[in-house]
Design a protein around this ligand. Structure first.
Ligand SMILES: C[S@@+](CC[C@H](N)C(=O)[O-])C[C@H]1O[C@@H](n2cnc3c(N)ncnc32)[C@H](O)[C@@H]1O
Length: 306
């Protein structure tokens, strides 16, 4: 039974046995908006869907919640209003066709990186008739790019490098789950992508190197979800945002076979600088700057010359 006038001034629902979902979501969205959350309604819907164990698109089929469900939903909204990332509350973030496990200690994969992922998959089309294609994901975090590529292309060899043990634990968990689900296992390496010896066994053998490295210039203003919850090591790339990208470029040049390609994500202030760094090595052509869906410079691609 729905009890009319069931909200207190706080917007909370009290003494209710059955509550309609739609107004509950509207009130939650207002609360999240007041807390400064950027996509309040979407987040309220995702949290309701997560609680109910259904797709967000099916929420309309769940008209009423029990009092226990309402209490759980309000707890989730409380935590989201504290600017805890949505993905830490649901425990998952998407990349390609995968839902990756994420939480404290690992960077939450972002939708803009899907463009880099799609570019890499496009470049892999047509490779694989003469040799097993090899892909390397530098700075893998949760394993997002490496695992999404391995899922889409079971015929290829995928390596991923991560320096942070906490992030590597998440990547290993995701890798184990995907392997158990039947994907080709990836090779997860502990290491520094700027180390001149990293993955030296793959020198000149790699078809595609992808990387979403730390690239935010130190001191940039960030939302609390990012500043307080993504690991510092995952975010910042020194004063100019290039402190990992700059020394990683020789690694990319060393690993790629002639004709192999790379895609490197970067801060929106650094598109031309990353292109210039690649050009300055003399090892790349076809250097191209790409924008994200918001029209901001987001990743640079290039081809290894002979
Ligand atoms: C922005 S996060 C991206 C993670 C993942 N590629 C994604 O798109 O979700 C950057 C990752 O690089 C790792 N990292 C930072 N410096 C590194 C280095 N020198 N060598 C290897 N990994 C590094 C961080 O720990 C973090 O997991």
């Amino acid at each position: 039974m729905f009890v009319a006038d069931a909200t207190a001034d706080s917007g909370r629902v009290e003494n209710v046995s059955r509550v309609p979902l739609r107004p509950l979501i509207s009130r939650a969205a207002e609360r999240l908006e007041a807390a400064g959350v950027h996509s309040p309604r979407t987040d309220a819907e995702f949290l309701a869907a997560h609680l109910l164990g259904i797709e967000r698109s099916r929420l309309a089929l769940v008209p009423m919640l029990t009092a226990e469900q309402v209490a759980e939903f309000e707890k989730l909204i409380d935590r989201r209003a504290e600017r805890i990332p949505l993905q830490h509350l649901t425990g998952i973030a998407a990349m390609g066709e995968l839902d990756l496990a994420v939480g404290p200690g690992v960077f939450v994969p972002r939708p803009e990186t899907e463009l880099l992922f799609a570019w890499a998959l496009g470049r892999l089309e047509g490779i694989g008739h003469e040799h097993t294609p090899v892909v390397v994901d530098l700075c893998t975090g949760s394993g997002a790019l490496a695992l999404a590529i391995a899922h889409a292309r079971p015929d290829i060899e995928v390596h991923a490098v991560e320096i942070d043990p906490a992030a590597r634990e998440w990547a290993q968990r995701n890798a184990d789950r995907q392997a158990a689900a039947g994907d080709t296992p990836i090779a997860l390496h502990a290491g520094d992508v700027t180390d001149p010896r990293i993955l030296s066994g793959l020198n000149g053998r790699v078809d595609v190197v992808v990387s979403n490295p730390p690239y935010i210039p130190e001191g940039a203003g960030l939302d609390p979800e990012v500043a307080d919850h993504d690991p510092h090591l995952a975010l910042f790339g020194g004063p100019d945002g290039l402190s990992v990208i700059r020394p990683m470029i020789p690694t990319i040049a060393r690993l790629l076979r002639p004709g192999g390609v790379t895609a490197v994500e970067h801060d929106d202030t650094n598109g031309s600088q990353v292109a210039a760094l690649l050009a300055a090595t003399g090892h790349f052509d076809g250097i191209t700057e790409h924008s994200d869906l918001a029209g901001k410079p987001r990743f640079v691609t290039a081809r290894r010359t002979a």
